[in-house]
Design a protein around this ligand. Structure first.
Ligand SMILES: [Zn+2]
Length: 187
């Protein structure tokens, strides 16, 4: 396995609609899938789409956030890993939610994006088996973000407002200040 280079928006591949993956092709893509999983994990990401590693293919990997017990400790094996091939959103809730997103292709920046609260995704897994998955909340957000990548769309195209875009440093600094203010005003 290998850690792959993640491309940034200067590379036009990130803006191209990706090509569908055929069944025969999928057999040859198993090493790429393993490398994408390894690359996502090495970058502490929750998702990675093939165009982000320079391959214009409708293929992405997603790993959900861990769950925590009452003491705040991570529950072992509470993360789910998905390999999605030719995924399509076949239903989306009318309800939307704003949330803060980043992207491994846009390192150092975050922005506020509105996403459907729940989605149903029709996809194939890494072996070509058809699956229908339903997600809500943060996991639904990750799937929408990754499927956007397969259509050449980045989260920066979908900001709730142009000014709702920050460097990580700015965002987390403000966040700390706000929490400090909250603590002060709670007295
Ligand atoms: Zn991304």
């Amino acid at each position: 396995m290998a850690i792959l280079d993640i491309i940034t928006p200067e590379n036009p591949i990130l803006r191209q609609p990706a090509e569908p993956v055929s069944r025969d092709q999928l057999k040859t893509l198993q090493p790429l899938i393993d490398d994408m999983i390894e690359t996502m994990r090495a970058a502490n990401g929750v998702g990675l789409a093939a165009p982000q590693v320079g391959r214009s293919l409708r293929l992405a990997v997603v790993e959900t956030l861990p769950q925590y017990d009452d003491d705040g400790d991570e529950i072992p094996d509470s993360r789910d890993l998905f390999v999605i091939v030719n995924p399509e959103i076949v239903w989306q809730s009318r309800k939307e939610e704003d949330g803060i997103e980043g992207c491994l292709s846009i390192p150092g920046y975050v922005g506020e994006v509105s996403r459907h609260y729940a989605v149903r995704v029709q996809t194939q897994n890494r072996y070509g088996k058809k699956q229908r998955l339903k997600f809500n909340g943060w996991t639904a957000r990750i799937f929408q973000h990754e499927i956007d990548h397969l259509n050449g769309i980045l989260f920066t195209d979908k900001l709730t407002a142009p000014e709702n875009y920050w460097t990580e440093e700015e965002y987390y600094k403000d966040d700390e200040e706000e929490s400090a203010e909250r603590v002060v005003s709670a007295d």
